[in-house]
Design a protein around this ligand. Structure first.
Ligand code: CA
Length: 478
């Protein structure tokens, strides 16, 4: 009997090993404030990113990946929880309740070796990671402090290089008998855009100005002209790092400031690109390439002088859109492109899908695995819901929520009792709200209905809207 059990046991084990598909490693590389239009795979007019482009060339690039609340901390919480801000409790720069469900905890439970390296910015210590090494708060570019598994220490060097060093070390030391899930989060290219010496001389030729650089904010909600994120007015000496030449006209000064801002921003991006190259090279050399899903994204988009702005927050395209490219050799067609609408809350369920783990019911995103396999479901979303809460605060962007479809975007700046409607087909730069144009009356009516449907489906009943920012501390229990 004993012998039979032993033989049967060994046979079952072999069968299990033979039939269980090998679960992929997941390497999630995210930068901070890296706009899609500063990536050459997205047709950038201002720079080249050959290493980041490699991920798009080897896999799939998404044209319409959107953040549900386009600001650093809330986007990070949405990614980890697969939920909107009103469900995970991280609406502004508030502390994430670390006891709530996250994809890292779920993957760890499922046998993944989990890691988190770089910018965390959720105030509570990471949970669900076998290894973590994070920047305190925003972190700094040069000789940064890190908190590694609870211990604070300084590391000499440049933050983007150090994050890549730690990423490669994690990959070297990951146990061979488990798949890994690693979140590699760059600080760059976040403000104050401090490049390293290696890239400090790049972009000495003039950088092209965006088509909306001289936006006059006519036919728009009041907040567009009130927001304090103007290149010509709101960049500080620590952003510019040099005194402007004497004798410039107002226009000349604005142009000079744009060049200073973009030179440093793009130099920080160039370092990110180099380090993505180092990481990809390590995957190739170590034999990890084939069984590792690699993603490159950013926590939201960014204004690169568009509308004369820097920063993000608005539901407008440059800020709402996240770059998103993903490769998985043998599983995702190289050079593929997808214009389906995906959201940052979809990342968690996608990771779980690839790991063979079912997402809990309360997760609001949806796995994009079928899209990656070229089989977009017929009922895939045709609209997305957005909500921004951080007001009053730096940059003074008013609170708003809205809905975007493939053609239209309806935004409600509810504190101002002002609405905007953009016809993205006719006005891709969002310069002219047609909310009050009678020709769009039916569109407005239909979109308001859709907006309310989304609010109801997602359980947003204004539960956070009147709370003072930064006092929110607890996630809403599912
Ligand atoms: Ca950010």
């Amino acid at each position: 009997m004993f012998l039979w059990s032993l033989v049967f046991g060994a046979w079952s084990l072999c069968t299990a090993i033979a039939t269980e598909p090998k679960r992929p490693n997941i390497l999630f590389i995210m930068s901070d404030d890296h706009a899609a239009h500063a990536i050459s795979a997205y047709g950038s007019q201002v720079n080249k990113t050959p290493n980041i482009d490699t991920i798009a060339n080897d896999g799939m690039r998404f044209a319409n990946c959107f953040a549900v609340n386009a600001i650093c901390t809330p986007s990070r919480a949405a990614i980890l929880t697969g939920k909107y801000s009103h469900k995970n409790g991280v609406t502004v720069f508030n502390r994430m309740d670390p006891d709530q469900w996250t994809v890292a905890k779920e993957l760890q439970k499922a046998g993944y070796h989990t890691g988190m390296i770089g910018k965390w910015h959720l105030q509570s210590d990471p949970q669900g990671f076998d290894f973590w090494s994070i920047l305190p708060g925003q972190g700094v570019y040069h000789d940064p402090q890190f908190i590694t598994m609870g211990n604070k220490h300084k590391i000499d060097g440049y933050v983007t290089d150090i994050i890549a060093d730690q990423t490669i070390d994690f990959l070297k030391n990951a146990p061979k008998d488990k798949p890994f899930f690693l979140m590699c989060h760059n600080k760059a290219p976040h403000r104050p855009w401090e490049p390293d010496d290696k890239h400090a001389k790049m972009y000495s030729d003039p950088i092209p100005e965006p088509p909306t650089f001289n936006d006059d904010y006519k036919n728009r909600a009041t907040t567009a002209s009130v927001a304090t994120m103007r290149v010509d007015r709101d960049l500080k000496p620590h952003d510019l790092k040099q005194k402007p030449p004497a004798g410039l006209t107002d226009e000349g000064l604005k142009k000079w400031k744009y060049q200073r801002y973009m030179q440093d921003y793009l130099r920080c991006v160039a370092s990110v690109d180099d380090n993505v190259g180092r990481i990809l090279e390590f995957l190739d050399k170590s034999g990890l390439r084939d069984n590792t899903i690699v993603i490159y994204t950013s926590d939201q988009g960014f204004f690169l002088g568009d509308h004369d702005w820097f920063d993000k927050r608005f539901m407008y395209e440059e800020s709402l859109r996240m770059p998103f490219m993903i490769r998985y050799p043998g599983h995702i067609q190289p050079g593929a492109f997808n214009d389906g609408m995906i959201l940052n809350v979809d990342f968690a369920p996608t990771f779980l899908d690839y790991a063979g783990v079912k997402s809990p019911k309360e997760v609001q995103g949806r796995s994009i695995k079928p899209l990656l396999e070229g089989k977009t479901p017929g009922n895939w979303r045709k609209s997305m819901y957005y909500r921004y809460y951080d007001h009053p605060s730096e940059h003074m962007v008013n609170k708003h929520y809205g809905v975007r479809t493939d053609r239209y975007k309806l935004i409600n700046f509810h504190d101002l009792h002002e609405w905007e409607l953009f016809d993205l087909q006719r006005d891709p730069h969002e310069l002219n709200s047609v909310y009050n144009d009678p020709k769009y009356a039916t569109v407005v009516k239909d979109l308001k209905k859709e907006l309310e449907r989304l609010r109801k489906d997602l359980g947003d009943h204004d539960q956070w809207v009147d709370k003072p920012p930064r006092s929110v501390t607890t996630a809403e229990k599912p």
